[in-house]
Design a protein around this ligand. Structure first.
Ligand SMILES: Cc1ncc(COP(=O)(O)O)c(C=O)c1O
Length: 372
């Protein structure tokens, strides 16, 4: 999609893709080897996720998220966007309010609207160069809502929400009868000593009102396998949600989804450490590049994952001029900020740093040259 979608989304093919949240890095050998090994058994019939898959998932949840999940509290999900869509279909009605904080990953906006739910947006503030929740605004809007979709860590901008922030968020949602989908797809990639906090672990309220999604997709660059997991500890929510998934038979996985995830979660620790070290180098490179060459560009640098939010408002160029120059002169495809929540994000673009440093440097040189 990252390459083949250029013509469709940007109107030309000769662009360096710095948009879709896939990394340029090869999916690691221990995952590719496991998939090849499965292919050697030349029957690709229906499969169950084996016990070893669930054991590996549980261990990863415990070690990386401090979640002690019982087997019945977990469900396979064929992709997190699908998972969020299933929650909305199973547990909300048309017209129900669904709360998000903007800017945010575009499907969080599109799914509620596509399903004729009422999308309610609470704009994030920027405090000390990072996104922060405006709790007064959020509480006021929460009164009209039944569910919140939280990106934890946040996309775009890679904000790692701290324990106190999540506790306060959980209290507000609990007080207002709002349940929370915590999308933790970027959670394994906390950088620079930041620590991911899983929403359900911050309080009993949080545990009671949440459905959490996790996946190896971003961490190990295997999103095309559609392999994710849902954790739902509250009995009543779980009975309704898992009942929907099983009743409608919408949440099965393919052979490779189980094999790939098991390989990732059982063998991925060392590769992940090295990959994060490389990403930290790219984030530091972006920071230094902007300070030295483009001081008028304000950046929100990721505390987790590989997506940075760039604000070009101080260049004096309009959103359309910037877009035109980036695509047609610099030939760099970044995500348009307005797709993350509308016109208040004019002149903002999301850039993907999951690439060789040389590619990042070349793109920044080209961006820089069209701003001068
Ligand atoms: C916050 C967030 N959630 C979900 C996804 C996509 O998840 P999936 O491919 O499992 O549907 C992405 C991909 O960029 C993402 O950033």
């Amino acid at each position: 999609m990252k390459h083949d979608g250029l013509q469709h989304y940007f109107g030309r093919e000769d662009l360096t893709p710095m948009w879709v949240a896939d990394m340029d890095f090869r999916t690691p050998d221990f995952i590719m080897g496991a998939l090849r090994h499965r292919c050697e058994h030349e029957v690709l019939g229906y499969v169950f996720p084996p016990d070893s898959y669930w054991q590996t998932v549980s261990k990863w949840l415990k070690n990386h998220y401090r979640i002690s999940a019982k087997r019945e509290e977990l469900h396979f999900i064929p992709g997190i966007v699908s998972g969020i869509s299933f929650v909305l279909q199973a547990l909300t009605e048309p017209g129900d309010g669904v709360l998000v904080t903007t800017p945010v990953y575009p499907p969080f906006l599109n799914l509620p609207q596509g399903g004729h739910r009422q999308l309610v947006c609470s704009p994030l503030k920027i405090v000390d160069g990072r996104f922060a929740i405006d709790f007064e605004d959020l509480e006021w809007r929460a009164r009209q809502c039944r569910w919140m979709i939280l990106s934890n860590p946040h996309n775009p901008g890679g904000t790692v929400w701290g324990e106190e922030v999540l506790k306060r968020l959980a209290d507000i949602c609990y007080r207002n009868n709002v349940n929370v989908i915590s999308d933790e797809i970027h959670a394994d990639m906390a950088l620079f000593g930041h620590k991911h906090v899983s929403f359900s672990t911050v309080s009993s309220h949080a545990k009671d009102i949440s459905i959490t999604f996790i996946a190896p997709s971003k961490t190990f660059n295997m999103a095309g396998l559609g392999s994710s997991v849902c954790y739902c500890p509250n009995d009543a929510l779980r009975n309704r949600f898992f009942g929907y998934l099983d009743g409608y038979e919408v949440a099965g996985g393919n052979i490779f989804a189980y094999v790939g995830a098991e390989a990732a979660f059982s063998k991925g620790e060392e590769w992940l450490k090295q990959m994060l070290h490389y990403l930290e180098g790219n984030v530091a490179f972006l920071h230094d590049y902007l300070v030295d060459n483009l001081p008028m560009v304000k950046a929100i640098l990721p505390e987790a994952s590989y997506l940075a939010w760039l604000d070009f408002n101080d260049t004096g160029l309009s959103h359309e001029e910037l877009r035109d120059r980036f695509i047609n002169i610099a030939r760099v495809a970044m995500n348009d900020g307005t797709t993350f929540g509308g016109n208040s994000f004019h002149c903002c673009f999301r850039i993907n740093l999951g690439c060789p440093r040389q590619v990042l440097k070349e793109c920044l040189d080209r961006i820089s040259s069209v701003l001068k």
